[in-house]
Design a protein. Structure first.
Length: 256
């Protein structure tokens, strides 16, 4: 049995091509592929090797090298890539705008939802402070939130307006979370921004309706008093001799 018989069938063409190219150049080769340990049991291995050639003729004598099992590393890398792909899919297809900012509030990343929510491409906002896009009436409040997060990390939420590409503003709810980026060792802010324009419009409509009902309640006693004063005689029997029950005077029969 040749060692090539232990290579996974799907990996054999790439192994053959890489080794052939290295031998042609009299150069070492580096491979990562699957190797069968027992029937049905495939392990990922990393191989460093080179050809040994006859000095005078340059004829290939044999291959030498070493390999070691990298199955755990490969599986961890595959899991990481799968997780990143899943996260990328969710981020790129989320209706909410997902952003990364540095601790000072400068955009590092924005999901594609910025085009839907704000009519702006992510590239138009990256490396700019978030407060450049916040309504002036709320910019100071948001800046205070960012400063508070440095002193007391946690989750914060606030409603404010963001400027769209056409210069108009839309109401959003921003949820902020300060966390450590393990890859860079720096603190970053993760924010999820959601359009709440419609919810805010409904809340304001409900509030206006409630206030109108309160106004009706305040005016009702005065109207009732006025009506009572105007019709105070209503319900009193008239001085006609009529009975309060039947409305006609009773006559006593005459007996003779």
């Amino acid at each position: 049995m040749s060692i090539t018989d232990l290579f996974h069938p799907d990996d054999q063409p790439a192994i053959r091509d890489q080794v052939a190219a290295a031998l042609q150049e009299h150069a070492p080769f580096h491979l990562v592929h699957r190797l069968r340990r027992r029937p049905g049991d495939w392990r990922w291995v990393e191989v460093h090797g080179a050809g040994v050639f006859e000095e005078r003729t340059g004829e290939l004598l044999f291959l030498e090298g070493f390999l070691h099992d990298v199955s755990e590393r490969h599986e961890a890398q595959a899991a990481l890539e799968e997780s990143e792909a899943r996260h990328r899919f969710l981020t790129q297809n989320s209706m909410d705008l997902i952003v990364r900012m540095d601790a000072d509030g400068r955009f590092l990343y924005l999901s594609p939802a910025s085009a839907t929510l704000l009519g702006l491409d992510p590239g138009e906002m990256v490396n700019r402070p978030v407060c450049d896009f916040v309504h002036p009436a709320e910019a100071e409040t948001l800046q205070a939130f960012l400063g508070r997060m440095k002193e007391k990390p946690g989750r914060y939420a606030l409603e404010h307006r963001l400027r769209r590409g056409d210069g108009t503003y839309t109401w959003v709810e921003t949820n902020l979370h300060l966390m450590l980026n393990d890859a860079t060792g720096t603190e970053e802010i993760i924010a999820i921004i959601r359009d709440v324009t419609e919810q805010r419009r409904l809340r304001e409509a409900v509030q206006r309706h409630a206030e109108s009902l309160e106004g009706i309640g305040d005016r009702r006693p005065a109207k009732l008093r006025a009506r009572h004063a105007q019709g105070a005689h209503v319900g009193k029997p008239a001085a006609t001799g009529r009975s309060p029950r039947r409305g006609w005077p009773r006559r006593r029969a005459a007996w003779r």
